[in-house]
Design a protein around this ligand. Sequence first.
Ligand code: FES
Length: 199
Amino acid sequence: MNEQPADQEALIDRISADSLTTRRDYLRIVATVSGGLAVGSTVVAAGVLPRHGDGSAPPLKVADRLARGQAVAFNYPGEHDRAMAIRLADGTLVGYSTVCTHLACGVLWRKERGEEGELYCPCHEGVFSARTGEVTAGPPPRPLPKVVVVEDGGGAVWAIGTARSGESDERGLCRQLQERDPDFAARAGCAAILRGGAS
Ligand code: FES
């Protein structure tokens, strides 16, 4: 976060200026990705996150702070969509839907399992990687869908978007932006991300 390449800094400046003039859609900020979450985090830290998105899921503050090894449960993007943000032992922030991809039981955080914990479904012993959401054991057929989470300058954690099961955060954000603001998606470079099939 502290060391941004020059081109990324320029990109962030452009994004910030644009969002300050329009403030219409937070996804226009975070989906301008070449560095994805770093961009999103920086924009949040700069205080340019719009108060409301114009779509289904405005940004949601899920924790004032999240220490390493800690997790917080919340609902996002809808009020009945169970989700969780986790700060891994190395400081990485990750977010997932906690609806199991097998038969929709609630997935739990087991901090003490392995080096960085795991996400566990007690219904049929399904296990997902805490770092990637991939299935590591049991019957779930797909990885956990992601909730894109970023940290602002004050250390608060925000949910700002979603990505489908197996989809990268950048691609998920770009897909949503493409649906909502194709012009900006084009300017943001989403075409290459979407065309490239990055997962
Ligand atoms: S519902 Fe999660 S493993 Fe079956």
